[in-house]
Write a protein that binds this ligand. Structure first.
Ligand SMILES: Cc1cc2nc3c(=O)[nH]c(=O)nc-3n(C[C@H](O)[C@H](O)[C@H](O)COP(=O)(O)OP(=O)(O)OC[C@H]3O[C@@H](n4cnc5c(N)ncnc54)[C@H](O)[C@@H]3O)c2cc1C
Length: 377
């Protein structure tokens, strides 16, 4: 009998999961949602913050606004997870669960790239984006590198978006001719599952004279010489470095013994881990899909439907289909979209929707609808 559901992490996965449970069985089961932060921030808002389109304060969605029947939201830091006992220890106490959902996302491993913390600037955290919002306006000449330090990383199109938005920013200030931009990514193309999307992005990079360096990752930074070393030994001198750090599961998940090669392996159809009653969704898991909010949300829905069916005795959901749409900033106020399908067919597919005014509005709706659904604001 499922009576205590404990969800670790209130990001895309945890928020959607707790919302679905509250809507269907709120009050019948005891749902506890735990996060160490006091607010959620959409990943794409970090690009808006770093390029001065908004402020960190304006993009915070406060957890205290969540008022879902049957859901208790706790601001606690998880310090240990025992998946055999389904017992979670936090800085405030112990939580025992009948069903445990791990949705703790991916952390950044700054130490994996020597020199990155001292000599580079990561733009994947709110703090990093906020810092860059002060640095970017001071960059007016020289070489800027947008560089990825390891795969997998969240939101595969985001580094390309960053390079295009940097070009926009330098043109707006009239200093683009005095600057060079290079873009280093470990994939052969910007969005490998969709050749059409990649072709459109590569055309955009070429048109703006952004040097595309595919199939390479940044392996170290020399802060003294302001040089980035790539994994083939090539050295690139820079005046501004905008980096995507290597990712891995949070330390507390690794210490729990649940991970293999940095992440929690799951059955991609059901999101079950090898521990009975323990599921993992989103960036923390290896489910055969990219690390992005839409996929975390989709996986969380499958687990929620499964539990609801168990409680209500209804029909079991089908397997997780690994489908999701990502909006892509093309710069100059344009937004495109890629529709990805990783699991429902024999091969992964990705179809491209060219930038349009309708997609600008659709991206807005993507954010505002989730804000309303999860936070009631
Ligand atoms: C620049 C950028 C742009 C992006 N753009 C998009 C986009 O356009 N579309 C899209 O779908 N995705 C996008 N993403 C990716 C998206 O943000 C993530 O993939 C998504 O947030 C993953 O959801 P999740 O639920 O797995 O984890 P998260 O949303 O990361 O949530 C994990 C939660 O766990 C909490 N946590 C971690 N450790 C602990 C602990 N020890 N104790 C308590 N709490 C803890 C964290 O505070 C966090 O709230 C982007 C990301 C970036 C960086």
């Amino acid at each position: 009998m499922t009576s205590r559901v404990v969800i670790l992490g209130a990001g895309f996965g945890g928020l959607e999961f707790s919302t679905m449970l509250s809507e269907a069985v709120g009050g019948e089961v005891d749902v506890t949602l735990i996060d160490k932060s006091d607010a959620f921030v959409f990943g794409y808002s970090k690009l808006d913050v770093m390029f001065g389109r908004t402020t960190p304060q304006a993009v915070r969605l406060e957890y205290r606004d969540i008022a879902k029947p049957g859901v208790r939201v706790l601001r606690e830091t998880i310090t240990a997870i025992d998946p055999d006992a389904r017992r979670v220890t936090t800085d405030a106490g112990v939580h025992d669960a009948d069903v445990l959902v791990i949705a703790l996302g991916a952390d950044y491993d700054m130490d994996a790239t020597p020199g990155l913390a001292e000599g580079g600037n990561e733009f994947y955290s709110v703090a990093g984006a906020e810092r860059l919002a002060r640095i970017i306006p001071t960059f007016s000449e020289g070489h800027a590198i947008v560089g990825v330090c390891g795969a997998p990383f969240k939101c595969p199109p985001a580094p390309t978006e960053c390079a295009l938005l940097l070009d926009d920013e330098l043109r707006a200030r009239g200093v683009r001719d005095a600057c060079r931009i290079s873009f280093v990514i470990p994939f052969g193309t910007p969005v490998p599952p969709s050749p059409e999307t990649s072709a459109a992005l590569m055309a955009e990079l070429a048109e703006r004279d952004i040097a595309f360096v595919p199939g390479r990752r940044v392996s170290s930074i020399d802060p003294e010489r302001s040089v980035a070393a790539l994994d083939d030994g090539t050295e690139l001198a820079f005046d501004l470095f905008l980096g995507v750090p290597k990712h891995r599961a949070p330390d507390v998940v690794i210490a729990s013994g649940m991970t293999e090669e940095g992440y929690v392996p799951v059955d991609s159809a059901t999101l079950r881990t090898r521990f009975p009653g323990v599921y993992a969704v989103g960036d923390v898991a290896t489910a055969g899909v990219p690390k992005a909010g839409v996929f975390a949300e989709g996986a969380a829905r499958v687990v929620a439907k499964h539990l609801i069916a168990e409680l209500r005795g209804g029909e079991r959901p089908g397997p997780y289909d690994g489908r999701g749409s990502c909006y892509i900033e093309f710069g100059r106020g344009r937004v495109g979209r890629v529709d990805i399908d990783f699991l429902s067919g024999p091969t992964r597919t990705g179809s491209f929707n060219a930038p349009s005014a309708a997609l600008v509005a659709e991206k807005e709706l993507f954010g505002s609808s989730r804000r309303a659904r999860w936070f009631g604001t």
